[in-house]
Design a binder for this molecule. Sequence first.
Ligand code: TMP
Length: 206
Amino acid sequence: MSKGVFITFEGIDGCGKSTQLNLLKNEFKAKGLEFIEVREPGGTAVGEKIRTILLDRKNDSMTRMAELLLFEAARAQITEEVILPALERGVHVLCDRFYDSTSAYQGYANKMGRDLTDFLNMKATNETTPDVTFLLDIDPKTAYGRRATRGEEDRIELMGLSYQEKVREGYLELARTEERITVLDADRSPEAIYEDIRKQVWDLIG
Ligand code: TMP
């Protein structure tokens, strides 16, 4: 049996990745493909608890190292418990964020360094690499405008626009060296963005 295809969606907060994931999910359903949809941090009982800690605005004393290790802990759990078994069974995995988020947010924007985040990303995932990653690239101000309608900001969103700008730079730098990352202009209609995504996905899945 062939393995499932592992597809990840990345980008700054409010970039529209969840909308794209939903569009792809609907097409997978319509085609009768076997897949699961997961999100990071979270996606497991342990991971959802870690997510709550990470996003809680009250945890403003969390150190950068504690934050990094919590993201990696949630990732280790979901990789072993959910993602790897699915891929082995031939089930496709659609994932809202994976380790590129850590490279961009903790490695680049929080200045923890790529050597450390690359090392931990590989350890946490047992070197499980996405087959394709869609990076929805957008100006943080535009993304912020979209996000403003969604209610209270979480601990990471509270870091503000200049932080999101750094995260964006981190992602773009990463995309320059990682061939699996496709950068998409996310300041377009959801339909136009999705057209680019679906072409690449069906090339991969056949
Ligand atoms: P979400 O809002 O897309 O679900 O993601 C939760 C927040 O966590 C978002 O602000 C991005 C951040 N994050 C990191 O900083 N590092 C990571 O490794 C992951 C997966 C998410």
